[in-house]
Design a binder for this molecule. Structure first.
Ligand SMILES: [Fe+2]
Length: 404
């Protein structure tokens, strides 16, 4: 190949696999009862005082949370609990968390809960060492320069995958926007995943967060920046979710299903970190910033509509998804096999009692124009399998509103 003219070498290289890097800096400690190892894991990170972030809901009074705090006492690790993170943390909540963490002199951030507390913990860890207002990082794209405080994440839902991603979603109520910040320095040092802490999750939360994880895996598997490592994580996540999300929702005490969903969520988190999300998330963030719709529900609502509009861009990948979700695709044409993935998602949604239309969750017609503009501006849109234009988004949203 070295003997060939440069023009020919370029042509040949275009046929090669896309270049990629893969690096997972998070130590993953997985298993039932592992929440009792958190104190030891904090010590392993060299922490002398932990700032423990959790939500304002029942999580802070749960047995799992108590067991985690007990493990910190046993490890002789002082800590301060900060239980003021509501769902979808706002930039004001992150600022307040940063001030509280600095005031208490913490040198380690621990987050216990779903995607919101984990994103908040990740953000507080980064903003504790990086100067400037949170707002500057969102609006004028100021960039993190320094590593954050060491961050340890304990997910109590199987959805966001935030324990292994570099991303954090922050809500800006003034601009009615949800913005994703991401930086390679923001990964958690350690993720402790204990499926026993998932058992008390209500069925609706299990279903919605599970659909979030499925959306991560499907969007990453079909993104233009997919690569063999992310493919492996995404396909296994899709398989595990297809086999276990109904069980985990129908019987929360089913630890086998809970364990597999917990693993699937983490796998999908790794998958989308090294590939990308796409227009389902672009639309879901725009919807969630304007209406009280949980992130997983917004994703589940938009997922089949975006999938069916995306299929022509990469039918073999959607066929793979159908197979991973357990559809019998033997004897089907490539097109029919690819569309079987949409059917599988719609049936899963129906089994889980997830709303079918945007109108079911209170989305108003007059908001569609702004939602479309936000989806067009979504930073990861260029990596989605199909390049949707304004008219495409309007069509997708009309379908999701229940119009023909
Ligand atoms: Fe998500």
């Amino acid at each position: 190949m070295q003997d060939l003219p440069e023009a020919d070498r370029i042509k040949i290289r275009r046929l090669a696999m896309q270049d990629f890097t893969f690096f997972l800096p998070t130590r993953v400690v997985f298993g039932c009862g592992k929440v009792r190892r958190v104190g030891e894991e904090c010590r392993r990170l060299g922490g002398k005082k932990a700032f423990v972030i959790t939500g304002t809901t029942a999580t802070a009074t749960s047995a799992g949370f108590a067991a985690m705090l007990e493990s910190m006492r046993e490890a002789d690790l002082p800590f301060e609990v900060y239980d003021r993170i509501e769902h979808d943390p706002t930039l004001e909540a992150i600022e307040a968390g940063r001030q509280a963490a600095l005031q208490c002199g913490a040198d380690l951030i621990v987050a216990y809960g779903g995607g919101s507390p984990m994103d908040a913990g990740k953000a507080v860890a980064m903003f504790a060492t990086n100067k400037g207002a949170v707002e500057e990082y969102l609006s004028v794209k100021k960039v993190f320069k320094l590593p954050g405080l060491p961050f340890l994440a304990i997910p109590t839902t199987a959805g966001s995958g935030s324990e292994v991603t570099a991303a954090m979603v922050i809500r800006d109520d003034e601009r009615k926007q949800k913005t994703g910040l991401s930086h390679p320095l923001a990964f958690a040092k350690t993720a402790v995943i204990d499926p026993e802490t998932h058992v008390s999750m209500p069925p609706a939360v299990t279903a919605a967060t599970g659909m979030d994880a499925l959306t991560h895996a499907i969007e990453a598997y079909t993104s233009k920046s997919h690569q063999p490592f992310s493919d492996a994580f995404c396909l296994q996540a899709i398989r595990l979710i297809g086999e276990n999300l109904r069980r985990a929702t129908g019987n929360g005490a089913d630890l086998a299903a809970r364990s597999r969903m917990a693993a699937a969520s983490t796998l999908a988190g790794v998958g989308f970190t090294f590939a990308s999300l796409g227009s389902v998330h672009g639309l879901a963030h725009a919807i969630g910033a304007r209406f009280e719709v949980p992130h997983g529900v917004a994703n589940a609502l938009m997922l089949p509509y975006v999938m069916e509009a995306s299929i022509i861009a990469d039918m073999p990948r959607f066929r793979d998804i159908a197979a991973a979700l357990g559809e019998n695709i033997s004897g089907l044409s490539l097109r029919d096999a690819a569309f079987a993935a949409v059917d599988a998602v719609n049936i899963l949604k129906a089994d889980l009692d997830i709303p079918r239309c945007l109108t079911d969750v209170g989305v108003r017609e007059r908001a569609l124009k702004d939602i479309t503009e936000d989806a067009l501006a979504y930073r990861l849109r260029p990596l989605a399998p199909r390049d949707f234009c304004r008219a495409d988004f309007q069509r997708i949203l009309n379908r999701a509103m229940g119009k023909p």
